[in-house]
Design a protein around this ligand. Structure first.
Ligand code: PEP
Ligand code: MN
Length: 287
């Protein structure tokens, strides 16, 4: 018996047996989380300029990414660090994604900005630092957009499932869990990516699961091996940071892939996906 089985009612809507067939989350461009096709979410940590997001969308779509990521409202540890371009970034993301038939996922930080982010994005990201912002969870739970719920920096699996439960009980049934690593005693990597969370969650919940190897490791050269491990372990998608010039990125450059590195990643992901009976999205060129 799994240890978490002792608390069956703490997350009764998220529980596996509430929907034994599993949830498939679908975005307007056809991207799916939880079906045979895996979702590939790629893009910069932060939207920095129109040129940057356009070039990134073009490069990642050509390799099969179907969801464009990029921060508009950034949860930075220091108040002096780059905070994101806000509404301008939302508009740039939308324009870039539409040009390549991609969907948009971006973080919403503040309950008062849920409506604004909903007007431009296809999926709302709840960041690790916000996983237990209960007013944000309630507000996003009432919104019509699918949610990418990141695991908190030191959240247990049970706390993470209960955060998902807040969204479900508010009426939002399109939730994707995103494992992005947890803090440990060891600073050799930024976080410790919990690959075991993928098959464990699969047994505990019907919700799809995505792996974020960028924040999960903090080191660009570890992103490809951890992506492969995540897909092999059964993840329904990837969230990967990609930047035209990682060394010059306004945030998270050390963990961001350059375009050629993303190409190489996707070639290998395709092989692993095929080996386990799944597939990657078809590549899209400019619309
Ligand atoms: C991000 O996706 O850029 C981000 C801030 O992630 P996390 O909330 O996992 O730190
Ligand atoms: Mn980041």
């Amino acid at each position: 018996m799994d240890r978490l089985d002792s608390l069956p009612h703490a997350y009764k809507l998220a529980r596996r047996d509430a929907l034994p067939g599993g949830t498939i989350v679908r975005l307007p461009n056809g991207a799916t989380f939880g079906g045979d096709e895996i979702a590939i979410c790629a893009g910069p940590c932060s939207v920095e300029s129109r040129e940057q997001i356009q070039a990134t969308a073009r490069a990642v779509a050509a390799r099969g990414a179907n969801v464009l990521r990029g921060g508009a409202f950034k949860p930075r540890t220091s108040p002096y660090a780059f905070q994101g371009l806000g509404l301008d970034a939302l508009k740039m993301l939308r324009e870039a994604a539409d040009g390549y038939a991609m969907a948009v996922v971006t973080e919403v930080l503040d309950p008062r900005e849920v409506e604004l982010v909903c007007a431009h994005a296809d999926m709302l990201q709840i960041g690790a630092r916000s996983m237990q912002n209960f007013s944000l969870l309630r507000e996003v739970g009432h919104s019509p957009k699918p949610v990418l719920l990141k695991r908190g920096i030191s959240a247990t699996i049970e706390e993470w499932l209960m955060a998902a439960e807040y969204l479900l009980v508010a009426g939002n049934r399109s939730i994707v869990m995103c494992e992005r690593g947890v803090r440990s005693f060891d600073s050799a990597t930024r976080n410790v990516l919990d690959i075991a969370a993928v098959p464990l969650l699969r047994s505990l919940t019907h919700l799809p699961i995505v792996i974020d190897p960028s924040h999960g490791t903090g080191i660009a050269k570890l992103v490809t091996p951890m992506s492969l491990a995540g897909i092999a372990a059964g993840a329904d998608g990837l969230l990967v940071e990609v930047h035209p010039n990682p060394a010059a990125a306004a945030s998270d450059g050390e963990q961001s892939l350059a375009f050629d590195q993303f190409d190489a990643l996707m070639q290998q992901v395709e092989i692993i996906a095929r080996a386990i009976g799944r597939r990657i999205p078809a590549a899209t060129l400019a619309a």
